[in-house]
Design a protein around this ligand. Sequence first.
Ligand SMILES: Nc1ncnc2c1ncn2[C@@H]1O[C@H](COP(=O)(O)OP(=O)(O)OP(=O)(O)O)[C@@H](O)[C@H]1O
Length: 283
Amino acid sequence: MNTVELNHVSKELKGFSLKDLSIKVPQGYITGFIGPNGSGKSTTIHMIMDILKPDQGEIKLFDSPNTEAQLKQKIGFVYDELYMYENFTIKKMKAFIAPLYDGWDDQLFNKYLHEFDLPFRKKLKHFSKGMKMKCSLLFALAHNPEFIIMDEPTAGLDPIFRRELIDLLQELMVDEKRTIFFSTHTTTDLDHIADYIVFINKGEIVMQKSMADIQEYFHIIKGRSDMLDQDMRSLFLGVRETAQGFTALLEGDSSLFDEFKNDVIIEKATLEDIMYFKTKGSN
Ligand SMILES: Nc1ncnc2c1ncn2[C@@H]1O[C@H](COP(=O)(O)OP(=O)(O)OP(=O)(O)O)[C@@H](O)[C@H]1O
């Protein structure tokens, strides 16, 4: 079962378009949504949340059209910016938001309020960027959502809280029905916790795979420039050459390079390597 499904979704904006996006976010797993600046991550998330309408295609949440208002009960949504009244305090916001959710859990709210070290009676306009992000998380999590969708949740967070957040997301997954989908620039956030990756560039899906497949099939090959003939070059998804030699991304079986094993270095590719070569270092 998929918690989210986008089928052939397109959207035309001024000077930018999302083209024929088909995305599946499987239930019970963490899916990371990656891509360079301006590739369309926020726009896609806004369409999933029905803040923006697609021009074409369909979007389903829990197997229903994403336009059904009742679905919001099951979703915790974290924006990259806090769309809340700057003059409100957390106390006032709680009075406003809690009654909207059947699953609101005061105990859970107080637990995260304490864990995130947030002031209950301070106006939001005096919050730092990281505090605003934590506040957004607090309200997203306090109604025990089945689906957590976040746009850049680690942006503006210090490395300590960032790590705590990643741990928290992992803890939330003990509920087997729960699904998490989040965008990030920081691919290291995903290395340990993501089960699936969706990679978007210039409004198009470039890759959609499980982390297990990515770890098994993507390699970085490093060698001397004189080895890099046309045949070898054609095997790579991207190549970067420097005075020291070449570094290239290979998708597929690295045993192809067994005959060169004394002359090349073969390493597992990181998500950052894949993103780099599939955008900048394209062959
Ligand atoms: N409402 C809008 N009207 C016109 N253009 C828009 C609108 N919203 C976004 N865009 C454009 O769509 C493109 C994709 O933006 P989007 O914010 O979705 O990318 P992103 O992948 O989330 O980027 P970042 O990682 O920098 O946050 C950008 O060129 C942006 O200027």
